[in-house]
Design a protein around this ligand. Sequence first.
Ligand code: J2J
Length: 541
Amino acid sequence: DRDIKNGFVPFPAERAEIYQQFGCWENETHIQLLERISQQFGKQLAVSQADKTLSYQALYHYAAKYGSYLHKQGIQAEDFVVIQSPNVIEFFIVLFGLYYIGARPVFCLNGHGAYEIENIAINSRAVGYIKINMAGQAAKDAMDIALGFSKPNFKLWFRETLTSETILAQSFIHLSEDTPHLEQFNGSAYAVAFLQLSGGTTGLPKLIARTHADYLYSVQQSVAVAKLNSNSKQLIVLPVMHNFTMSSPGFLGAFFVGASVYLSTDSSPATCFALIEKQGIEQVSLVPSLVNLWINSPQLSRFNLNSLAVIQVGGAKLLPELAESINNKLRAKLQQVYGMAEGLVNFTQLDDNQQTILYTQGKPLSRYDEIKIVDDMGETLANESIGYILTRGPYTINGYYNSPEINQHSFTSDGFYITGDIGYLDKHQNIVVTGREKEQINRAGEKITPSEIENLILGHPAVRDVSVVAVKDPLLGERSKAQIILQQDHTSHLSLRDIRVFLMKKNIADYKLPDEIELVEKFQYTQVGKVNRRQLSCAAK
Ligand code: J2J
């Protein structure tokens, strides 16, 4: 069908049949899920942010309105629309508005700049771009970014900038008021639902196409393992469009059972602790660097956080000392999560013993997930031996979107995704991530591809060659360092600021700006003659 023609790699028939037969995939799309939950839990609070709230009924109602408006503007089913938003309530209306008409969101991080947005929009062949801004903040206009598009093959004709306001973004409620009401689009649950971004291994971020059925299956399994129910109160503080925040169990997990989601646009302990205390928050997902910030905050003793029951931590390696502090200082149960936007997600079980919770990343969500640890030759290793982590299963992609060349080295011939992570299975089949083979820097859970930044820095006239590497950082886990070899004839000094300003002019996301630079005569090389990007050792504890 059209998805495949456009570059979606479907599940191979033999495996699809098995997953189907074992009931992994429900025949339900994202909007059908919201419709069902809004019928069942209509009056229940779906999302709240600052002084704004939406019940499930209201969310569905506004989504229908906004979707109808988008349709009137010419957005059609199967169209891709790039969306970028801080953690505000309006995001949910835009998201489900797109789903209402069968359009497909392309999720960008709020930190992404025009540089990333342009590339993502072009690669996904998006027809539009919706940007939601915070009220009162210097509004980056969607128009400004879109005007920068230069590629002739790209027809981005729909651009919208919304501002998150105190009541609800009045701008778009008004926009949709005099729009004729459209029927909900009920497409196939096996079609592409959206595009997520990969942390990336080489070059620009790769696109990950997930189907409604496979994704919502992972949500359903996450809900079970995180034990969410309709009374649960979830705080969202990580970026709302990250895969972790969306699905592990994330806001979709909360929606799945009619629970309530509270958004914070700010991750500072003072703001989040106050929200936890005031609302009686029970569950929150964090990256290790945020755990670190929270437990060491002088604010900790000022608030009553007794309601906090479970904290999911994932996105980057959680060191056991920090893991222990969740129990000791935040008095909550830790649930480790090792996941990826490509699919596979592992959780420690809430009733696992302390050893397992502190030292492992748990077990895959589905009994049909297959994990293989292999050596350099691709041979499967015994338990407790460290090797490359490969996986395939009912909600892991079988290829990046529209990337045949990349897929050749990202997947094995029998369909396993090569995660680029290194680790082992313990004797109880819990996975332990010990390191990484892929070209990536994990800066507080945000993934940076060194070659992307290197290519940009190479454009600086004073730079002859550059290597961007990860350096261990006590707060961020890893920070980025640009090692630079200056042009021979270049006598002037190059500072960190020079490089950061140079990159900022390219409009790249802030988290990708190098944290430090070092001027060197030559790079360190590994045995295979590649620059040693991993100066740090991610060796097993
Ligand atoms: C070590 N490394 C980890 C962990 C992810 C749930 C949770 C996280 C993500 C995510 C996600 C790690 N210990 N606990 O999508 O649904 C690193 C690995 C992995 C990469 C994926 C989810 N948890 N990582 O982080 O697509 O290197 O997804 O391959 O952003 O993060 O990054 P991403």
